[in-house]
Design a protein around this ligand. Structure first.
Ligand code: ADP
Ligand code: MG
Length: 887
């Protein structure tokens, strides 16, 4: 076929054919085309197709335009509704456009082939078309994707929303299988089948409903969609209109919501709290797993019973629970819940009121907590008991000093109640002894500065009792290292202190006693030798004086010698008394009588300026001691009082029965319990300071310089000790002094004191005396004195000689006067031996100091006659007679 033939065929074919350039200008149109347009061939070329067709604007679905744009064939129904210069020429054409390409495949234009579908359209059709236009307007502007599918499942309409949603231009999808465009591979088959089913039956899952599907976008991603389809009858055929909505945002929202819900559920199921929710009428809406597990009721079971009645069987209790459940108080309250199997769960509950009126109850099982709490309480109780039983004070306080607590011991030690202390935290310091307050204050300061303090001080209890305490305290810090509290332990160390003081005093006393003992020994030794010398001096002086007339001028001189000798003898006696080596002859005495007898002598001793007050006690018990020792005590104390008073004053003498108990002894260690007669000698003198007081009993301690001997009180001390008594001294400078001498009560019966006959010098009647003395001068003195007194004397310078002489002597020997301490043999042994030779001989012992030979601890054996050296004429004469008259 040649071109001419082809041209002819094209020109005369009973179909409209036109060729358009790329700008949609008609290049050429055949006869049918020109007829349809009513335009000549030369007029047609170069015209835009819609202008040639008499339209005011391009057709929206122009297949030529689609073919040019896409390079693919396109078709559409084009209608003309009498516009332009074709008012009568209405109709519809099915137009199919095919792109034309050159050898390189470039689009150079489009061929359009059109058939008239209707010669003329009915009015209804036109209206329908108008409706279609309206639909189109709606569809074009809808937010949902609207896709129209023809009876074969091909896309015939694709609105802008679909373009936007799926990413395809309408031209891209037009005429394509809808499932191929929209469905992911995996759903395509199913969709296809469903669609076929739908075509056959008009039924399908998506018809008249909204269903969710997954769709595929142009880039291949999938989105969730919601789709609803509706069948549309087009002539003989049924098309389908699908409205598609992208629901990914909604899906996401739902997913989020679900996640939140899942989380909540997980919390609800796993939280170890019981959670129940009920509506305002009390109907259960929710019970969580913890509740179900603990109480044993599931929600389903609980709905069938009255749960409140089950878990709170007691009506009153249940009422209480209801009331609490309805309250909005934001608090936890304890409830005992009965479980399904009858156990009791101790629990605490709180409520939350929701805005919709529903209530949520949240509960916690506190059995473990209670058990722990109980264990803690038990241990606390035990601890409290322990603390309350302690004798030591345990306390704690805030940093501002206010007391948190103090145990029972506080009241015992301080005599103050814990309440008083809490009311007044400064009380602990107020009760501190004024002299110790500095110490207590310093300890408080030290505590704050160093965190630790220890102090010992005294407190004065409200009852006046003074107690020593040891106060140890420390700061208590918080986890940041800042002081939070303070606390400590206070021990009552009164007893300890007493013991310490006691120990100290005993130590002092021991040292003092040892000193006295040493001095005493020394003094005793000196006195012994000294006594012998004095015996000679005094003896010979006396002898010489006896041989002289009183008017003799030498007599007065001898008298002076004698007096000086006597003063010396008195001193030695004092020394011996102190050393307790004075030989004494204790007698049972009435102390009142002794003092009374001495009063005159004492007054002479202290002078007229000092008044003596004598206050004898009534029914004063007897004491047993040497009466001369009472005199010694009184004389020494009186002289001291005189020295202390200096000018005018008063000396008071008192006696009294006193019972010393253990308690007194505990305070004054040198005292002893028992019954005593107390002799008190007080003066209104100058008194003494502590230093003096501590030393007064020391021999040779004096504050009187040359005028004092320091032996007065030492003597008193020795005498009292020898007689198993003790002395107390009370004195303060300027306040006078009181000496209290305690002499033990004599328990035996009193033999009437034989009043001593004061008579002239008792003389011998020629009796023979054997005198034994190793000191020749004393022996000589004895011989002369005894001969002077009228005795015959046999002299011996040692015991052996005495024995020989006694054996040889043919006549009677009446008396043996012997020294006690001699080399070879003591006086007592000698006496025994002489006695065996001459049973009628009576012994007299003479000595400067006592010896266990004739006396035990200075106390002479019963029935022994003893003369104290230095020998004194009068005394010797008396003792001679005494021995001779003894049976
Ligand atoms: P002397 O009297 O020789 O000094 P004492 O042994 O009698 O020795 O007394 C020792 C000291 O005790 C005295 O020197 C005096 O200081 C003091 N003393 C004793 N008695 C009293 C008293 N009644 N008043 C004040 N001081 C006294
Ligand atoms: Mg004196």
């Amino acid at each position: 076929m040649n071109d001419k033939t082809i041209a002819y065929i094209l020109e005369n074919v009973p179909a409209m054919i036109a060729f358009h350039d790329t700008e949609q200008n008609i290049v050429w149109g055949n006869r049918d085309y020109r007829d349809a347009c009513g335009i000549d061939a030369d007029q047609l070329a170069g015209k835009k197709c819609w202008i040639a067709w008499g339209l005011s604007k391009p057709c929206q679905n122009c297949p030529v335009k689609v073919a040019l744009n896409t390079g693919k064939s396109a078709e559409a129904v084009i209608t003309r509704e009498g516009q332009g210069h074709w008012p009568e020429n209405q109709g519809a054409w099915h137009v199919r456009a095919t792109p034309a390409t050159d050898d390189q495949g470039n689009i150079i234009g489009a061929i359009a082939l059109a058939f008239e579908i209707t010669k003329r359209k009915s009015r209804e059709k036109i209206r329908l078309e108008e409706a279609q236009d309206r639909f189109r307007a709606i569809a074009e502007n809808a937010l949902d994707a609207i896709v129209l599918i023809d009876e074969e499942g091909k896309v015939v309409y694709w609105n802008p929303a679909a373009e936007k949603m799926f990413g395809y231009h309408a031209a891209e999808v037009m005429g394509k299988d809808v499932h191929a465009v929209l469905m992911p591979e995996e759903y395509q088959e199913r969709f296809k089948k469903g669609f076929e089913e739908f075509r056959k039956t008009g039924k399908g899952p998506a018809v008249g409903k909204v269903i969710e599907l997954t769709a595929k976008l142009k880039p291949g991603t999938k989105i969730p969609i919601e789709i609803s389809v509706a069948p549309i009858r087009i002539g003989e055929n049924v098309w389908v209109c699908a409205i598609i909505r992208d629901i990914s945002a909604r899906k996401r929202l739902i997913e989020d919501l679900q996640q939140t819900r899942d989380l909540l559920q997980a919390v609800l199921d796993n939280i170890p709290l019981m959670i129940k929710m009920y509506d305002p009428d009390g109907r259960i809406l929710l019970l969580n797993k913890t509740f179900e597990n603990l109480i044993g009721w599931s929600k389903e079971e609980a709905e069938k019973v009255d749960l409140m009645q089950e878990i709170y069987p007691d009506p009153a209790y249940r009422q209480k629970a209801w009331k609490f459940m309805r309250s909005t108080a934001r608090e936890w309250r304890e409830f005992s819940i009965k479980t399904k199997n009858g156990d009791i769960v101790e629990s605490v509950w709180t409520n939350i009121r929701l805005p919709d009126g529903n209530q949520i109850g949240i509960g916690m099982d506190i059995r473990d907590l209670l058990a722990k709490d109980n264990a803690l309480k038990e241990s606390q109780k035990r601890f409290d008991l322990l603390v309350s039983r302690l004798n030591d004070v345990i306390w704690s306080a805030k940093m501002n000093g206010s007391i948190i607590e103090a145990n029972h011991a506080f009241e015992t030690v301080y005599g103050i109640s814990e309440e008083d202390l809490k009311r007044n935290p400064g009380l602990w310091l107020e009760v501190v002894h004024p002299e110790d307050r500095r110490i207590a204050e310093d300890s408080a300061r030290q505590l704050r500065n160093t965190g630790l303090a220890e102090a010992e001080y005294r407190i004065v209890r409200p009852d006046g009792e003074v107690r020593w305490i040891r106060d140890r305290k420390s700061l208590i810090y918080n986890e940041k290292g800042q002081p939070k509290q303070m606390g400590g332990i206070i021990n009552d160390i009164t007893e300890l202190k007493k013991k310490e003081e006691e120990k100290e005093r005993l130590q002092k006393q021991l040292i003092q006693a040892q000193k006295m003992e040493a001095v005493g020994r020394l003094a005793g030794g000196v006195a012994h030798d000294f006594n012998n010398m004095l015996s000679i001096i005094l003896g010979f002086t006396q002898l010489a004086m006896m041989r002289l007339e009183r008017s003799d001028p030498i007599y007065a001189e001898l008298e002076e010698i004698y007096r000086a000798g006597e003063r010396s003898a008195s001193l030695t006696r004092q020394l011996l008394a102190f050393a307790r080596q004075q030989t004494i002859i204790p007698e049972v005495l009435d102390l009142n009588a002794c003092v009374a007898e001495m009063l005159k002598m004492l007054q002479r001793l202290i002078g007229e300026d000092i008044e003596i007050a004598w206050k004898p006690g009534t029914n004063v018990w007897p004491v047993k001691m040497d009466p001369s020792q009472v005199d010694q005590i009184l004389a020494n104390l009186a002289v001291n009082a005189r020295d202390a008073i200096k000018s005018v004053g008063k000396l008071t003498l008192e006696t009294e029965n006193v019972v010393i108990d253990e308690k007194y002894c505990a305070r004054y260690s040198y005292s002893k319990p028992g019954e005593f007669v107390m002799l008190a000698v007080s003066d209104s003198g100058c008194g003494m300071d502590q230093g003096t007081l501590e030393r007064i009993f020391e021999p040779f301690f004096t504050t009187k310089g040359q005028n004092g001997t320091g032996l007065g009180l030492a003597t008193v001390y020795g005498i009292v000790k020898q007689n198993h008594g003790f002395i107390n001294v009370y004195s303060e400078p300027g306040q006078g002094t009181t000496f209290k001498i305690y002499l033990p009560r004599f328990a035996g019966t009193i033999r009437g004191k034989t009043a001593e006959q004061h008579q002239d010098l008792p003389r011998g009647k020629g009796e023979t005396v054997l005198v034994v003395e190793d000191e020749p001068q004393i022996l000589n003195f004895c011989k002369k004195t005894l001969e002077y007194l009228g005795y015959r004397v046999i002299e011996a310078t040692n015991p052996m000689e005495a024995i020989t002489l006694a054996e040889k002597h043919s006549g009677k020997i009446d008396l043996l006067l012997t020294d006690v301490i001699m080399p070879e043999m003591n006086g007592r042994e000698l006496a025994t031996q002489i006695h065996s030779i001459n049973p009628n001989i009576k012994p007299i012992f003479m000595s400067g100091y006592t010896s266990n030979v004739i006396a035990h601890h200075g106390v002479l054996d019963e029935g022994i006659v003893f003369v104290q050296k230095p020998l004194e004429l009068n005394n010797l004469a008396k003792k001679m007679r005494k021995a001779l008259t003894q049976k």
